[in-house]
Design a binder for this molecule. Structure first.
Ligand code: OOG
Ligand code: MG
Length: 253
């Protein structure tokens, strides 16, 4: 199958909320091809009118790598159609088997056009916010290889971003919790994200360069989950609280 055909399988799986067999079980492909499939599938979304809003990093924490059995950094693209308003709704019927995970989001104040050094991150990022990501693998049983998940745009499905705070604060070791219906189901620290969430931003800048993905001013960069993800059920209220940054949530309808 061609890259276009493989991308179409994943795009249709997302549109129809119907899982598919792992692509790698049908045809072997390498990481570069996986990113080409991701690009072709996101381009189908752009053709339908969706707009690029930023990048998400994946497997930036051990908790996530161990949960999913994949041990390499990955990145995907976010579109405006994935945005859930604060306290808004995720439509369960449009998903296959959605999960939520607590993250930190960066707001880009100046286009990032090279691999950033730690010393210059504040020139490019003014604000940080607590965030939740919704992931919904298009693969049966939420099982995939590294190449499969990259091709599937890293399971990207939804995100809710809380209130912005100044990035001029120490975000290296903030407590983070994931709450379902008021109960804490996972808790951890922002330190779980590559030892410091700024490292995730640096990795995003490097990978965007490598894959020639522009990061314009106003883009969001999701740093990756600090704890394992949890499966969602209809009717649940989902919330994350990040120390000093505040809380944000959504409901599953
Ligand atoms: C892949 C996406 C991983 C993260 O924050 O680590 C990710 C998946 O777990 O389905 O978004
Ligand atoms: Mg994530």
């Amino acid at each position: 199958m061609t890259i276009q055909e493989l991308a179409t399988i994943l795009d249709n799986a997302a549109i129809n909320a119907k899982s598919v067999e792992q692509l790698s079980k049908q045809q072997a492909f390498d990481e570069a091809t996986a990113y080409a499939i991701q690009k072709a599938s996101i381009e189908r979304r752009y053709e339908r009118g969706e707009k690029f809003i930023g990048l998400k990093m994946g497997f930036t924490s051990k908790a996530k790598m161990e949960q999913m059995g994949v041990h390499d950094l990955i990145w995907g693209r976010l579109t405006d159609a994935m945005l859930i308003p604060i306290d808004g709704e995720l439509s369960f019927d449009k998903c296959i088997h959605p999960r939520a995970e607590p993250e930190i989001c960066f707001l880009v104040k100046k286009a990032i056009d090279h691999q950033l050094e730690l010393s210059e991150v504040h020139d490019y990022i003014e604000s940080v916010a607590p965030a939740l990501e919704v992931i919904d693998s298009r693969y049966q049983n939420f099982k995939f290889s590294l190449e499969d998940v990259i091709a599937d745009n890293c399971s990207s499905t939804g995100l809710v971003i809380g209130e912005w705070s100044s990035a001029q604060q120490d975000i290296s070791d903030l407590s983070m919790s994931l709450e379902i219906d008021g109960e804490v189901v996972h808790s951890g620290s922002s330190k779980a994200i590559l030892g410091n969430p700024w490292e995730s931003l640096i990795a995003a800048s490097r990978l965007a360069q490598q894959y020639e993905q522009a990061i314009p001013e106003g883009s969001y960069i999701m740093a990756g989950a600090a704890t394992p993800a949890v499966y969602l059920k209809q009717g649940q209220s989902v919330k994350t609280t990040v120390q000093n940054l505040g809380s944000v949530g959504f409901v599953v309808r």
